[in-house]
Design a protein around this ligand. Structure first.
Ligand code: FES
Ligand SMILES: [Fe+2]
Length: 359
């Protein structure tokens, strides 16, 4: 297992960005222990239904806020009150801003009685957390995933948990530049175009090739725009027999251990009729096909050793640029523009489109 420092990513061990921490169904009125970014955290829902993530250990004497079933605080249903969470040990209560706002046996509340809190957004059936080593508010918006989730004609995705991989997130993001794996791993044929575009915190992959099984006719091309908005999740819009939208999330559990999920939603009709059980079954089958394709990448990652420096050849995609782009999230915010300036632009690995010279 190689760490962020081993890859020379920057000052921080964990990146700045929005990260998936689980499906929305993971959050409930019962506080749950979770672990990401090498930290023990607690996830709970307040009475309003809003989800919160806070550090797990109480500043008073270090009790775990969620790992308890026997305290009378828990048994008496006082664990979550309104939007606040109460520690099972001595009953100190912390509001959604993290500040202690009640101590059952004291009017005096020390200022240091404050939990670290993390911004949470629930979107597209998923819980997203803003992680920032500098402790600042988000400087990028969480996207709306094409705006398709919950829209008429679209079947919502289910969340496929892909495993906890002994691979650093950089090895997963490398995939964006990985021209050479599409034929052996994903069954691509007849390359037309492969390029990457670096736009500040965004990284695109433009792809056009035939495919062994995914195209309706052998002479058709699969045309994909796949992109990262920050280090933690990939989106891909695919036009084909059905329009679909893929999300792949990678969240560090420890430095060098990555939890991975996959999800796909499908447009099954234009919204002018009801969605049927057949539509849903078809959409799930479509998602399963995509999951199996991604599982082919995952099988590689789950078993490979770390690759600190790719033995890259000229016809490989721009791994070095992808890794430089990725470093902006492991360094202070004010260093990001300098890194972006070095990497911004279009890198064409292959262009065999009619009328184009071969790259
Ligand atoms: S350890 Fe949490 S209230 Fe004392
Ligand atoms: Fe892949």
């Amino acid at each position: 297992m190689a760490t962020s420092k081993d890859y020379g990513l920057g000052e921080f061990d964990f990146a700045r960005g929005w990260f998936m921490i689980g499906p929305a169904s993971d959050a409930s009125r019962t506080p749950a222990p979770i672990r990401y970014f090498g930290r023990d955290l607690v996830l709970y829902r307040g009475e309003s239904g809003t989800a919160y993530v806070v550090d797990a250990y109480c500043p008073h004497m270090g009790a775990h806020l969620a790992k308890n079933t026997t305290s009378y605080i828990v048994r008496d249903g006082e664990h979550v009150e309104g939007e606040a969470i109460r520690c099972p040990f001595h009953g100190w209560r912390y509001g959604p801003d993290g500040a202690c706002n009640h101590i059952p046996y004291s009017d005096f509340i020390p200022k240091a009685a404050k939990l670290r809190t993390y911004p949470v957004i629930e979107r597209a059936g998923i819980l997203w957390v803003w992680h920032d080593p500098e402790g600042l508010e988000p400087d990028v918006e969480l996207p709306d995933f094409g705006g398709h989730y919950g829209q008429p004609g679209w079947v919502e995705w289910k969340i496929d948990y892909m495993g906890d991989l002994n691979s650093h997130g950089i090895e997963i993001v490398d995939n964006m530049a990985d021209f050479g794996h599409f034929i052996p791993i994903h069954g691509a044929t007849d390359w037309q175009y492969f390029a990457n575009e670096f736009i500040g915190p965004h990284l695109h992959q433009y792809y056009s090739a035939g495919h062994r099984t995914l195209t309706a006719n052998p002479e058709d091309f699969l045309v994909l725009d796949t992109w990262y908005e920050g280090p933690g999740f990939l989106q891909s819009a695919m036009a084909g027999a059905f329009d679909s939208f893929i999300m792949i999330a990678n969240t560090p559990v420890e430095d060098g251990v990555t939890r991975s999920w996959h999800a796909l939603m499908v447009k099954v009709h234009d919204g002018s009729r009801e969605t049927t059980d057949e539509d849903r079954a078809m959409a799930l089958a479509y998602q399963e096909g995509s999951r199996l394709a991604f599982a082919q990448d995952v099988e590689i990652w789950a078993n490979k050793r770390e690759c600190i420096n790719p033995l890259a050849i000229p016809n490989d995609g721009p791994y070095a640029k992808v890794r430089l782009w990725y470093r902006q999230f492991y360094n202070p915010r004010n260093k990001a523009p300098e890194i972006q300036g070095r990497v911004n632009g279009l890198h064409v690995t292959l262009d065999k489109r009619p009328g184009q010279k071969v790259a």
